[in-house]
Design a protein around this ligand. Structure first.
Ligand code: ATP
Length: 433
């Protein structure tokens, strides 16, 4: 039943242009996905919501957009070259590959064939910079955006004259050669992260760690995720990554079970100290008031755009019976919805009506993402918009020609209101906040 929901989401995403399999015409490329027109809008809206909440609404965070390709020493300093690995085994018979922890170490879980010795597999994707391929120009596709922030800590602090505590936020692609994939976009090999490194004075990190857990938990609720589908899970001591002192995951109850949406880690001064050592550049901060010099501690809220999108889709998916018919809707937060309003003429055959409806659409364009559709009956047109989460449908009918009013229908309540055309923009902008 729950897995059934996942299939419905995958099918809706494909059918309505949210998410397609990458390189589909060639049979696809495993665990890579393309966002279609509606998915691209949703993704852009989600990034804007995150960026606004963190970079604009607070006064203590700066934005950054660092490159994907970084000096290879970065990944030595961060510990990824040595430690970002999975232990793998291969089946000698069917050639399937597994994480060793998912097998008994002897027999293939699927065909019963003999397994190879376990070996370490680095999750970083490699490439070569320049025209020759050799060890000296080997570089990595970043497996996290965080390191781009750490190496720029002094640049940002100096350029923006920042005092601690302050943070640096970044959204960008990351790549991991994941072994276990599946569950649609949940675990992809190319994905996007939204990360903040928040630099604090040593000794204050526990307090900031708690604040950030609550802040990030509440952000998902603010944008519409049901509280009962979210939980915080603190890592056990043996589970915490090598660079961190503590970590709490915000988990979402996906149809395939509770899984991580975002992790909030206390990364201590590990990364800055490591970069200080390998680069021989000073990563200390000078506190003017206290006249002391120190390497800041870091609290890191690190979330995934793709996993969030999946959670927002799953959480907002609704099926109900309306007058004997099944209605599917996405009751997604209006600021995330790909299309904000659809203008629909009630009678396609009357040119005065379609003309006016097109004029209204043109007038709304520029202020909101709006579409015009006259290719089906009104019931069908409503259903199309409900399914993609459009908050408002605006219908133009015969009366509109004389009373200059349109009917505005709310996606969630299906309630309808007559609104003066001249007040429509103001009405929508008030409702869409
Ligand atoms: P997991 O345990 O699920 O592999 P992780 O703990 O390795 O995740 P982090 O390194 O903490 O993940 O990365 C931070 C965030 O980046 C995750 O919370 C997740 O939202 C996102 N993320 C990480 N790996 C992937 C992936 N392969 N596909 C999609 N999103 C990912």
């Amino acid at each position: 039943m729950e897995q059934d929901l996942m299939q419905k989401i995958v099918s809706l995403c494909k059918r309505r242009g949210f998410i397609f399999q990458s390189s589909e015409i060639y049979g696809g490329l495993a665990s890579t996905w393309d966002y279609g027109p509606l998915g691209a809008e949703l993704k852009k809206n989600l990034k804007e919501a995150w960026w606004s909440s963190n970079v604009y609404d607070r006064g203590d965070i700066e934005g950054l957009d660092a490159s994907i390709l970084m000096h290879p020493a970065t990944w030595k300093a961060s510990g990824h070259v040595a430690g970002f690995t999975d232990t793998l085994v291969d089946c000698r018979k069917c050639k399937k590959r597994y994480k060793a922890e998912n097998t008994d170490g002897k027999k293939c879980p699927e065909c019963g064939g003999e397994l190879t010795e376990a070996r370490q597999f680095n999750l970083m994707l490699k490439t070569h910079l320049g025209s020759v391929e050799n060890e000296s120009n080997l570089i990595y596709m970043r497996p996290e955006t965080a390191q781009g922030i750490f190496v720029n800590f002094q640049n940002v602090a100096t350029a923006m004259r920042r005092k601690i505590p302050f943070g640096i936020a970044q959204i960008g692609k990351a790549f991991r050669n994941e072994i276990t994939t599946g569950n649609f976009t949940f675990r992809s090999r190319e994905f996007e992260q939204m990360e903040i490194e928040y630099f604090v004075k040593p000794g204050t990190e526990d307090e900031w760690y708690k604040k950030w857990i609550d802040e990030r938990f509440n952000w998902y609720i603010k944008f519409g995720i049901k509280k009962e589908n979210l939980r915080k899970r603190e890592h056990a001591k043996d589970e915490v990554a090598h660079y961190a002192k503590a970590c709490t995951d915000i988990e979402y109850q996906f149809p395939f079970g509770w899984s991580e949406l975002e992790g909030i880690a206390n990364r201590t001064d590990f990364d800055l100290k490591q970069h200080m050592e390998l680069s021989s550049k000073d990563m200390q901060y000078f506190d003017d008031e206290a006249k002391e010099r120190y390497v800041p501690y870091v609290i890191e809220p690190s979330g995934g755009i793709d996993r969030s999108i999946l959670a927002f889709l799953v959480d907002s998916y609704r099926e109900e019976q309306v007058r004997g018919e099944k209605r599917v809707s996405l009751s997604i937060h209006s600021s995330l919805a790909p299309i904000k309003a659809a203008v629909l003429p009630l009678l396609k055959k009357k040119p005065e009506i379609t003309k006016l409806a097109k004029e209204i659409t043109a007038d709304l364009r520029g202020s909101i993402k709006v579409v015009y559709d006259d290719t089906a009956s009104i019931g069908r047109l409503y259903r199309r918009q409900d399914e993609i989460g459009t908050p408002f449908c605006i219908t133009v009918d015969v009366d509109t020609l004389t009373d200059k009013k349109v009917t505005v229908r709310d996606r969630d309540t299906m309630r309808q209101e007559r609104i003066e055309i001249t007040n429509l923009k103001e009405y929508l902008s008030r409702k869409l906040t």
